[in-house]
Design a binder for this molecule. Sequence first.
Ligand SMILES: *Cc1c(COP(=O)(O)O)cnc(C)c1O
Length: 336
Amino acid sequence: MHRSELTIDLGAIRHNARRLLEALAGGELWAVVKADGYGHGAGDAARAALDGGARALCVATVQEGIALRESEPEARIVVMSPAEEVAAAREARLELVVSGGEIPSDVPVHLKLDTGMGRWGLSELPQPPANVVGLMSHLATADYDPAFALRQVERFREATQPYSHLTRHLANSAAALRLPDARFDAARCGIALYGISPFEADPAEDGLRPALSWRSRLAQVRVLQPGESTGYGRRFVAERPTWIGIVPVGYADGFRRDMTGTEVLVDGEPRRAVGTVSMDAFAVGLDRELPAGTPVTIVGDGLLIERHAEAAGTIGYEIACGIGSDPSRTRRVVVD
Ligand SMILES: *Cc1c(COP(=O)(O)O)cnc(C)c1O
């Protein structure tokens, strides 16, 4: 038996794509499936997003684009990070984002303008050569500072005004959902497609449905006597006789060390992860003896990835991308 099981619900991804399209009110949805579809599986996520109405796929690297091309011979695929492998991109019929240096020819190009992200991007748009198909920028604060985001929107609008025949795309998930001014012709949405909130809130607030669940079982149940501890560093010491369960999932699977203290569902009831998370296992506190094999839900059944992100002081994106996909450790099941 596998130590844990990931379930990817393609119906949820299709639903989220349709929800985003509704929010975009006429703009195109481009599905961001970089980093193996934020841990959900790029190929499956891409197919579901296209079925849900997405018109293009966005990846980070040429390698990701080439891998996706095999399962999606027809789709538009845009590589968002600066890429040097122009010939390979051309061969795989990818589109490239250019944010500096020479503009390659014979390949569709999107010019990226820096309007305030302060990362990649041109500070000014050159006269676009004929192979430029799109103009884009990226928002730094769409999730929490709409005032700054709107300044970026205005800079983008001004700079791209003369080229409104090109596809202009600026919005990410947060902007697609809550910043109508940032819509333009297309939006590049990742996190919301997977039903994870870009606002660190409950995704249901924006009509989104989580696509991933992650389940395991108690591998062992034991009682700690007062003074006994579980895990490295003795960070949890029992004060009274305490039942604990061992879940065979650890930081090598993406259950991070800083998720100690977060809650998981043991037989449907919230139970706290106690002691130091180790590479292959973590412990949960129980209020009674339970049989080995009792189901544990780490994500799903109403328990949100956002809660673990909060416990770890990070964002849902990072937890999702970090969930291990090694098939020798985790079984992956796709439901349609
Ligand atoms: C990752 C990425 C996105 C998607 O952002 P979400 O917040 O996941 O919707 C959009 N644009 C660029 C340039 C990105 O790198």
